[in-house]
Design a protein around this ligand. Structure first.
Ligand SMILES: [Fe+2]
Length: 385
């Protein structure tokens, strides 16, 4: 999706002989998430990426749906999700539909014994707490608080954490995650009115080529199953690559807010988009500067989308009793707006320190068993006081 990038050694011409020091050929692989019809990269492997030596039994990881249908404002305490050692086991799906799967995770350990590949979904991993390195065949991405890690489906990775206390908010998208079309020039450059630009996008660095043979376990997620593959070489055996399809990082702290004299609607916070959903960033910003302006948002009837807000940090002036890691879900069909007193409280306020990630889905979300376990059931009545 982003701009052209290259790391390591590549041949002068694509699809030509590219030889190792011992005279053997490197194995070229075209990698894309939409066949030959969209952005792609060419990777040059020390060993063939088809080198499977053993296949194990798959096991189910499909989220347990609790409610297929519902119409109710909901609130969930994200930090009630219990920390677990293993990265994949720690990921708990909370809200799902056929376009996205939204999970919370508090992994304590790095993935050092296996490699992971999500064959179904691009992943947007938002780092709420923690830091470390995302290791991929393209190189590494350092990450810290506030980073979005955007990982195209099919990318093999390991995630290494610096500490055991990590909190992640993960959106799996069953379609490519893109920069919003409205930010792009006809040729794909981020335009001047975009709240971020290419300079804010961090591509992989420090390409490490592991020329190692052995037995390397890879867990591949596809259609709610986790498949077990063993490869005869280290999956990070790439000597060089180039192209436009690769994992990258973008910090929410690099999102430049768009403000106005009167209240700006949520599309000004748009950050990424996929099929039937958008991801928005609410960041610290100055409030509206019309002398009679009302900084609190107006009531609105989001009839065509479910709105999920994940609270990261700061003070949320439109809601009461908000805590870090809390999620509110305002489903399409019933209007929502500021809590009683919030409009008056907001008058004259100059700025907000709020930090949040919003996911709006254009088809209804289903709750999972985990969502019900962390729910605050009194939320629906919280406007009645
Ligand atoms: Fe809203």
């Amino acid at each position: 999706m982003p701009f052209y990038h290259s790391l390591g050694k590549i041949p002068h011409k694509r699809h030509t002989q590219f030889r190792k020091p011992d005279g053997g050929l490197y194995a070229e692989q075209l990698f894309s998430t939409e066949g030959f019809s969209s952005d792609s990269s060419l990777l040059y492997h020390t060993y063939a990426p088809t080198d499977i030596i053993q296949v194990g039994e798959p096991y189910g990881v499909q989220p347990k749906i609790a409610e297929e249908k519902m119409l109710k404002h909901r609130s969930f305490q994200g930090f009630k999700v219990v920390p677990e050692k293993d990265y994949l086991t720690s990921r708990k799906a909370v809200l799902v539909n056929s376009d996205v799967e939204i999970s919370l995770a508090s992994p304590q350990e790095s993935t050092k014994d296996y490699f992971f590949k999500n064959a179904d979904a691009d992943e947007v991993i938002f780092i709420h707490e923690g830091s470390g390195k995302l290791k991929t065949p393209y190189g590494s991405l350092d990450f810290a608080y506030g980073d979005y890690l955007v990982v195209p489906r099919g990318t093999i990775y390991q995630i290494h954490f610096d500490r055991p206390d990590n909190r992640l908010f993960i959106v799996e998208s069953f379609s490519p995650v893109r920069f919003p079309k409205k930010y792009l020039s006809p040729f794909g450059q981020l335009l001047e009115h975009s709240p971020y630009c290419e300079r804010d996008i961090r591509a992989p660095m420090d390409l490490e080529t592991h020329d190692e043979k052995g037995d390397f376990l890879m867990l591949i997620k596809k259609q709610g199953q986790l498949y077990t593959f063993h490869y005869g070489h280290h999956p990070f055996d790439v000597i060089g690559w180039d192209g436009c399809c690769y994992p990258f990082a973008f910090s929410i702290h690099d999102f430049e807010p768009i403000t106005g004299r009167v209240h700006q609607p949520p599309p000004v916070h748009l950050t990424f988009e996929g099929r039937n959903f958008v991801i928005c960033s609410f960041v610290p910003r100055l409030f509206d500067y019309h002398p009679q302006s009302i900084p609190a948002p107006y009531n609105h009837s989001n009839i065509d989308s479910d709105e999920l807000l994940y609270y990261v940090d700061g003070d949320f002036m439109s809601r009461k009793h908000v805590t870090r890691g809390q999620m509110t879900l305002h489903p399409g069909g019933i209007p929502h707006g500021p809590h009683p007193g919030a409009v008056e409280r907001s008058l004259g306020a100059r700025e907000t320190k709020e930090l949040a990630v919003m996911v709006d889905t254009f088809h209804p979300l289903k709750t999972t068993q985990t969502a019900l376990e962390i729910e605050d059931e009194t939320y629906i009545m919280s406007w009645a006081e």
